[in-house]
Write a protein that binds this ligand. Sequence first.
Ligand code: F0G
Length: 462
Amino acid sequence: MTDPEFKTIIEPFRIKSVEPIRFTTRVEREALLEAAGYNLFLLHAADVLIDLLTDSGTGAMSSEQWAGMMRGDESYAGSPSFYRFEEAVRGITGLRHVLPTHQGRAAERILCSVALSKGDVVVSNTLFDTTRANVESAGAIGLDLPIPEGREPATLHPFKGNIDLEALERALRGGKVRLVILTVTNNSGGGQPVSMENLREASRLSRAHGVPFFIDCCRYAENAYFIKLRERGYEDKTPLEIAREMFSHADGATMSAKKDGMANIGGFLAMNDEALAEKARNLLILTEGFPTYGGLAGYDLEALAVGLREALHEPYLQYRLRSVEYLGERLTEAGIPIVQPPGGHAVYLDARAFLPHVPASEYPAWALSLVLYLVGGIRSVEIGSVMFGRQPDGSEKPAAMELVRLAFPRRTYTQSHLDYVAEVLQHVAGIKERIRGVRMVQAPEVLRHFTARFVPAHGALF
Ligand code: F0G
């Protein structure tokens, strides 16, 4: 980190390889949007100028990771790359059984298949969409119990990702809970961190009721750094020490290593329970691959072994959290409502507050994300009623929040890219009264946001 006498937090890397980005005109983007059925997932990425769709698998790898990839050993069974990966995961989580998977949802699917039965309940601060879909596909019911502040975009709280412990205890007393999964940081709730105190207590309650306590640890490093910055007693601990303490309370973890694994693909399922691990391993072999590669190449395992540790470097985490906070500050200065305080991997625009004239039935957050593309070539993602509005029985209910997420790929964009994003948003704030909603014209039954098609509800977006 820079000396304390200098206050500028710099990108703690220099650039070795660059990738050009393509500029398009407003007229071109209008046609591209229409052809994509007004769904940003259906655009060609080459037509996007700044891609903030996700921080998942979209980051830049380090020279050490690329060097590791050259060392990748592609043996079908017992590859040394697997053992380096396993050692990295164990070194951070302390969990005994480590199963590599091709990404997070594969770990979720395996866990849900082996641990859940019809009618079981899974409790979380907030299940991510793929996790919820996997819980429901196993016939179980997902119950999100964030603290009330976690559902209030404007309310300031240092750990808005916390689970409501009283509600958790009530649910546990009901006797149907088979699994508790704490998502750190809470992605769907604004990338908000969970405190160590909350995590420890949630674990204690779950274990007291004989229910396994798992962590969805995609962004464990960012969460660890928030604990260092905001929770008393952790100021002098390293992110690794904090991460180890977080995992010491867990019976298992699922991870999409496309986030804090700093790699383009990969994930894992880890746990202590021998019998459950055995079942999971058998399913892994059936659907993903032999347990020492789990659907990944040996070189992916090497990139992960290095990346999982790099994510815990303090100068990186300081820069990472500060970049998100910086964009959040610029937008707040411009009067644009965002989830406060900004999360670890993304800024979330509060579309309900920004576009109060667009009803939930016309998907205000979806419409806003389309406008950002049309005006500035920026791709974001809706986390609102398109993603969460459809109920398991097929009915429709507005989501708790209508958010647009601007997710930051790791080590990819610089401060001037963020200044551009802020300028585009200021422009959009100037025309917000004119922005109109959309109508969904086609949608699949599950995970509909990926492929649904829309039209502007009133002829044009603005
Ligand atoms: N859990 C969380 C908290 C996530 O954010 C994600 C993915 C997953 C599980 C699933 O992992 O994609 O590797 O299968 N989130 C991405 C995102 C897609 O954009 O936030 P996966």
